[in-house]
Design a protein around this ligand. Structure first.
Ligand SMILES: C[S@@+](CC[C@H](N)C(=O)[O-])C[C@H]1O[C@@H](n2cnc3c(N)ncnc32)[C@H](O)[C@@H]1O
Length: 345
């Protein structure tokens, strides 16, 4: 498989490299901003779950680039993983579920609140869809919890959400804290993925609410939220965003996108600096890794049920309803053959 085949099949992956973004996710935030204008008047922003850093790049370019004095713009990026430095972005390597992380951010803002909090957080996907959706929902609620410590009244919160079976409960919880909640699907997010983004505007916590990290997250004893009707059921608007002329992330494009311009291959902007799978890759290269006892199947390039890789797959991600855009399930085979693991973000 040629190294340009991924460029053909994933136009946003290709454009990300050409425009210098660390991951294709950059376009998701750009398209959300086109629709909602979330960057307007923002000088303090928190990027939760930020590695490898394409959303922080967008924030830095858009906010610092348009500011009279770029030094007035404060951007904090938080992730469990280490991230290569970015101009104007302060990094905290930490867990968003911890109060200590919230305290570190608050001390950086010198007690002031953030205008905007964004979260593109995704746990490592297991391939068990119910479990993946549940963990994703927990991460979103953890992001909401930490946001209540950080966000100013009237501020905006944007977070990745899986439109799974507990989504109504999630909307209800978000609606408690924000006057306006919309679900956005940027064109750069594949239709085959249940990923979308909750855009929560006008932060307005309940009277007397004291921020804490112990809010009940998803409680499985409530499993019939979708049965609620009328005023008891929270239904939020759904908006597909991104210009209609924007590229379709589910389509394959020819390598020559514009008649006048020849195709040139670009390497990834930033390879991961200290990925958690580094040791496993090393062991694999030295043939010291025991073989997994699962069937290895060949994934064909146009197989829409595959997880967007052209490499071998351990057969776990054979259902496109889960969000395969972020996962590293095909990790070892994929890493050996591809030039970066950030390509699918
Ligand atoms: C899809 S990636 C984010 C991509 C990023 N928005 C970008 O544009 O480059 C998801 C990130 O969530 C991070 N993450 C997952 N759980 C976390 C947690 N509890 N605290 C901090 N980061 C977390 C992972 O380490 C991973 O880097």
């Amino acid at each position: 498989m040629g190294r340009s085949s991924k460029d053909k099949r994933d136009v946003y992956y290709r454009l990300a490299k050409e425009e210098g973004w660390r991951a294709r996710s950059a376009f998701k935030l750009l398209q959300i901003n086109e629709e909602f204008g979330i960057f307007k008047g923002v000088t303090k922003v928190v990027d939760l779950c930020a590695a490898p850093g394409s959303w922080s790049q967008v924030l830095s370019r858009k906010l610092r680039g348009n500011a009279e004095n770029p030094e007035d713009v404060k951007i904090v990026a938080v992730d469990l993983q280490a991230m290569a430095p970015l101009p104007g972005v302060t990094q905290i390597q930490g867990d968003i579920t911890k109060v200590s992380t919230a305290e570190e951010i608050i001390s950086y803002f010198k007690g002031e609140s953030a205008d905007l909090v964004v979260c593109d957080g995704a746990p490592d996907v297991t391939g068990l869809h119910d479990l993946d959706e549940y963990i994703q929902a927990q991460l979103l609620l953890a992001a909401l919890n930490i946001t209540t410590h950080l966000l100013k009244k009237g501020g905006t919160f944007v977070a990745k959400i899986f439109r799974g079976k507990d989504v109504t409960l999630l909307y209800s919880q978000l609606k408690l804290f924000f006057k306006k909640v919309t679900v956005a699907k940027p064109r750069s997010s594949r239709n085959s993925s249940i990923e979308a983004f909750a855009v929560c505007e006008e932060y307005d916590p309940p009277e007397g609410y004291v921020p804490n990290m112990m809010n009940p997250l998803l409680d499985l004893q409530y499993d019939d939220f979708n049965q609620l009707t009328g005023v008891n059921r929270v239904i939020v608007p759904f908006i597909a965003c991104g210009d209609l002329s924007a590229f379709d992330s589910d389509r394959t494009y020819p390598l020559q996108l514009k008649d006048a311009e020849d195709y040139v291959y670009h390497p990834p902007t930033q390879v991961p600096i200290d990925p958690p799978y580094k040791e496993a890759v090393l062991l694999k290269r030295q043939n010291k890794l025991s073989k997994p006892e699962v069937k290895v199947s060949q994934v064909t390039p146009n197989d829409s049920s595959a997880c967007n890789t052209d490499e071998l797959c351990f057969g776990k991600c054979d259902n496109a309803t889960t969000d395969c855009e972020n996962e590293e399930l095909c990790t070892l085979e994929k890493l050996q053959l591809s030039d970066s693991n950030i390509e699918n973000l």
